[in-house]
Design a protein around this ligand. Sequence first.
Ligand SMILES: [Zn+2]
Ligand SMILES: [Zn+2]
Length: 263
Amino acid sequence: MKANYHTHTKRCHHAIGNDEDYVLAAIAGGFDEIGFSDHTPWKYDSDFVAHMRMKLSAFHEYKQSVLALKEKYKDQISILLGLEAEYYPRYMDWLKQFVHDEHMDYIIFGNHYYRTDEDGIYFGTACSNEAYLDIYAKECIKGMESGLYSYLCHPELFMRAYPRFDRHCERITKEICMCAKHWNIPLEYNLAGLQYNVINGIEEYPHHRFWEIAKDCGCSAIIGVDAHHYEALSDIRYWNQAVSYLDEELHIKRIERLEHFGF
Ligand SMILES: [Zn+2]
Ligand SMILES: [Zn+2]
């Protein structure tokens, strides 16, 4: 079983290609199941317009497109309708109602911003100091405890900003992992991050120390392509690299197919 639940579309303004290109690439890459999980729209109180997510007005067309592809390719691949969503306390009632009303298959938890992106800060920039590491971990935990999300995306996103994986990183990694273990929520091994690491010769996320701690805490891993380009689904080099690391080197429990979707 080869499945990927982390796929973006051009509606988030930083992904490339048509939805069908992603499906064809996934078939070429040998996937049995893919989920589209573009950056969720939010219904903001203010007139804020986000530039890294689909607009609420684009959602209907997104849903129709994914459902049409699901039907068209049903004999070749299973396609699910999802979203990648943050945890914004003041808007969670809205999100819960939205995913229910729209019959979403699942949502995954991308803990990108503190508070909201209207008035908050991107954790991938903010987490250069210990205070924000703690805030990041607390928000991860609150989100996981909400029971809404199928898994936690790029759980060590803080390494995009933090200079090195020190004892503070170890402490918050344990907090995140203990919560994930308690609620049986898989942690994502993110292939967009892996590609970024390899190309730049650095180690941000995924980070081997995070994954060693996750293994020790008894967590389970799930590989997420985090595709912003359809070729990320047909070029399986990073997928194979991740499988061999997780299965043969780390020996962590790996989820190949989501059975429990949260809400
Ligand atoms: Zn993300
Ligand atoms: Zn993503």
